[in-house]
Ligand binder design. Structure first.
Ligand code: C2E
Ligand code: MG
Ligand code: MG
Length: 741
């Protein structure tokens, strides 16, 4: 099992966590994340094709062209064009769609069909990127690719999407055309027509400003840069760090850093690399430290951001199985320095949590390699290597020395140490978010649903539905995993005898990455995915097996109570299955009590009543759980074959003269008349205990005595309670409870 996660977050990271959490929940951030996730299948396919197209060694390259002929490269290029090549467009689509979905979920906002926002954003995008001079289709294609056009596409999608949705809410720009057609989409399109047209018009104005003002300025700056030769920068540490920082900052916004700074590569790094190769060939010492190969080999292990370090950090320092799985998945492309899956999958792009290490780690790696060179511990990079050459080998290939490999190892370790705290922060953030979503799932499962047992969790919109889906798919294998699904036992005490007469078995699911899943959520999910019979029978078997294991330690009449879900009872074979199980486990039926809830029992269901009757005839006890929770019907007391009534904890808080006091007194009297045992749940204080005892209740379950306990601790609790007479009675209604846990 993965290490249990603690709630302790280092104080220094709490502030960062709070800021990151706030950013993380902004609709814009959520929409960007979803937008970046959409091209992932394309990115994975593109990344693998990239490795085939540009293999790490010339030998592999030769082999593939011998095997497949020159057409192979064209085929790879086509795949790259169909994947990476349209990545920006797909991200734009995903963002605009998600932003509109989130807009529609907010209360008070007018509904907008998400596809209309996509269409508007696409139109604005092409208005901006359409070439302004003839024969520049190459620049148009670049705008669509994930490597070169992503930032631009997202920026346009953010501006146009936000503007359009805002305009859609302006009353004067909405035309009530929705009755024009029976088709709702057609009506929706007509309604927001003016808003869409105004948005596109705004981008036409923006394009005009770019063409007349911005492009000429940009051209002048570029010409000035190209005119000045700056090769001598290649030995300046300030240049090395500044270049690396700039590429990383650009990457952070989804812009391919080295491509965006191509002028530097062309005028500084590539000439420096050529000079080094020439010097080595003529037997001289290479003159330059910072070359194109230096950055590929020492600062981009795993791809930009030194992301191989992030993968090692996820594997070695991550605390969730999910993170480790993700890292393993990304490992192969990252070893060959392809990191798009991480950039857009994790994602790293536009992710505030990873911004610092994403910039810092490669800069520290640059510093380490620079120090090794100036201290003459490692030769300068003098051999040209293909950028897909696997890390650690590339250190040797570029320098011709094993010192290159050692420096890479050191840089990898330093990068990993930088990434680890941020991996933890990201995990804490995900865990807190997970807990919030779980809490809201719990609220849904606990809310009355009018008896309609539909798929309560799986059909929920938003994060809740998504988490329900993920949990439901984990549930299948978790049911049989002992370390994930197990039982805890909460003792039940009789205050008149001071004895612990039984325990209620409560289901626990310790999810590997989310921690404890509340039992009502587990049950509702199992119900949704038709696993309730399997899960219910597993709980019953485990509880009975535990009762048998306690045979020599606990009193002979100690009962074990197990909760049932209504759906289990509608199965006509249920009573046979239970009797068979009791037989197999060799447990007397009289030691088993089945708890049914009045809120969920399906009356009048012939199977339910039949199952309960037959089980009771066999000696199994039946308890009505959560009595008085708000669905109370005395009808149940008459219709169902019962032994025990358990009063819900919402009634356990009795104050003198309160309504609860009257209700409890009446239930106590009624249960005496009907010859039913009465147990009060959720007793938390001595005051409650005394008041309830005065009202004629004597059997209790609650935190005042004990919380649900692991099996071994529960048996110790019973032993101690009986040996020390811990719950001994005193004269009158009052009694003392010594050392109650
Ligand atoms: P329940 O059957 O009414 O179980 C009692 C719940 O109240 C347990 O919550 C228990 O931990 C909690 N509780 C007990 N004493 C106190 C107290 O003094 N104060 C407070 N605040 N709470 C107290 P838990 O374990 O979270 O279970 C919640 C519900 O989930 C159960 O309510 C039951 O309806 C359902 N459940 C649990 N295990 C199973 C199972 O194996 N099968 C089915 N079908 N339902 C289960
Ligand atoms: Mg119960
Ligand atoms: Mg209950």
């Amino acid at each position: 099992m993965s290490k249990p996660m603690t709630d302790e977050t280092p104080a220094r990271s709490i502030r960062l966590l709070a800021i990151a959490e706030r950013i993380d929940r902004m609709p814009l951030t959520i929409a960007i994340r979803r937008g970046l996730a959409l091209p992932l299948p394309l990115i994975m396919t593109g990344a693998l094709t990239l490795l085939l197209r540009y293999p790490p060694t010339a030998a592999i390259s030769r082999l593939s062209s011998q095997l497949f002929g020159p057409q192979f490269d064209y085929l790879c290029d086509s795949v790259i064009a169909g994947t990476f090549g349209i990545g920006s467009l797909v991200a734009l689509f995903g963002f605009a769609y998600a932003l509109t979905q989130l807009h529609n979920q907010r209360v008070g906002y007018r509904f907008v069909d998400p596809t209309i926002t996509v269409v508007v954003a696409l139109s604005c995008f092409f208005t901006i990127v359409a070439p302004v001079s003839p024969n520049s289709s190459a620049s148009l294609m670049a705008s669509l690719s994930i490597g070169q056009g992503l930032f631009q596409a997202l920026l346009i999608a953010i501006l146009s999407g936000s503007l359009f949705l805002r305009l859609c809410s302006v009353r004067y720009l909405r035309i009530p055309f929705n009755r024009i057609s029976n088709d709702t989409l057609v009506g929706d399109v007509f309604t927001v027509l003016p808003a869409a047209m105004v948005t596109v018009l705004c981008f036409v104005v923006l394009k005009a400003m770019l063409v007349w003002v911005w492009f000429p300025v940009l051209q002048t700056v570029q010409n000035a840069l190209v005119a000045s030769p700056v090769t001598q920068l290649s030995n300046s540490l300030v240049f090395g760090l500044a270049y690396e920082t700039a590429t990383q900052v650009l990457w952070l916004f989804g812009i391919h850093g080295p491509n965006a700074l191509y002028a530097i590569q062309q005028h500084v790094l590539a000439p420096a690399a050529d000079a080094n190769v020439r010097a080595l060939a003529s037997g001289a010492t290479p003159p330059f430290i910072f070359t194109f190969d230096f950055f590929s080999v020492f600062a981009r292990m795993g791809g930009s951001g030194g992301t191989l370090s992030l993968i090692v950090a996820l594997l070695a320092g991550g605390r969730t199985r999910h993170g480790r799985k993700l890292a393993l998945f990304m490992l192969v492309p990252a070893l060959c320095n392809v990191n798009e899956p991480l950039l857009f999958g994790l994602p790293l792009v536009l992710n505030p949590v990873y911004a610092i290490p994403f910039i810092l780690a490669p800069c520290v790696q640059v510093l380490i390699a620079w120090l090794a060179i100036v201290a003459h511990l490692m030769p300068k990079a003098g051999y040209s290597v293909v950028w897909t050459t696997p890390a650690l080998y590339s250190g040797y290939a570029a320098t011709g020395s094993f010192a290159g490999v050692l420096v890479q190892l050191l840089a990898l370790a330093a990068g990993t140490l930088i990434y680890i705290p941020f991996v933890r922060i990201a995990e804490d953030l995900a865990r807190r978010k997970g807990k919030d979503v779980l809490a809201s799932l719990l609220r849904v499962t606990e809310s009355p649903d009018g008896g309609q047992k539909l798929k309560r969790c799986l059909d929920l919109p938003g994060e809740e539905g998504r988490m329900a889906m993920a949990l439901a798919s984990d549930l299948h294998s978790a049911v049989d995993a002992e370390r994930q699904m197990f039982l805890e036992f909460q003792p039940q005490i009789d205050s008149r005898t001071g004895r612990v007469f039984g325990a209620e078995a409560l289901l626990r699911w310790e999810h590997p990455s989310l921690g404890r899943v509340p039992p009502p959520v587990t049950i509702a999910l199992a119900d949704d995915v038709d696993q309730i019979d399997r899960l219910g029978m597993r709980v019953l078997t485990l509880a009975c097996r535990q009762r048998v294991a306690w045979r020599d330690r606990l009193p002979d009449d100690f009962t074990i109570a197990v909760n049932l879900s209504p759906r289990q009872l509608t199965n006509p074979r249920f009573h046979d299955d239970v009797i068979d199980m009791l037989h197999r486990e060799q447990l007397s039926p009289t030691l088993l009590e089945l708890e049914i809830t009045e809120s969920t029992v399906l009356l009048p269901d012939v199977n339910t009543i039949g199952n309960l009757r037959r089980l009771r005839e066999a000696g199994v006890k039946i308890a009505l759980d959560d009595f008085g929770m708000g669905h109370t019907s005395l009808h149940y007391l008459r219709e169902l074959p019962l032994d025990t009534v358990k009063i819900d904890r919402s009634l356990a808080d009795v104050k003198p003269g309160s309504v609860n006091e009257h209700i409890i007194r009446s239930i106590a009297e009624l249960s005496r008349t009907l010859n039913l045992l009465l147990v009060v749940e959720g007793v938390e204080t001595e005051r409650q205990l005394k008041s309830l005892s005065a009202l004629g209740c004597h059997r209790f379950q609650g935190y005042f005595f004990a919380r649900p306990l692991a099996a071994g601790i529960c048996a110790d609790f019973v032993d101690d309670a009986h040996r020390e007479s811990r719950f001994a009675m005193q004269a009158g209604d009052a009694f003392i409870v010594r050392n109650a846990r």
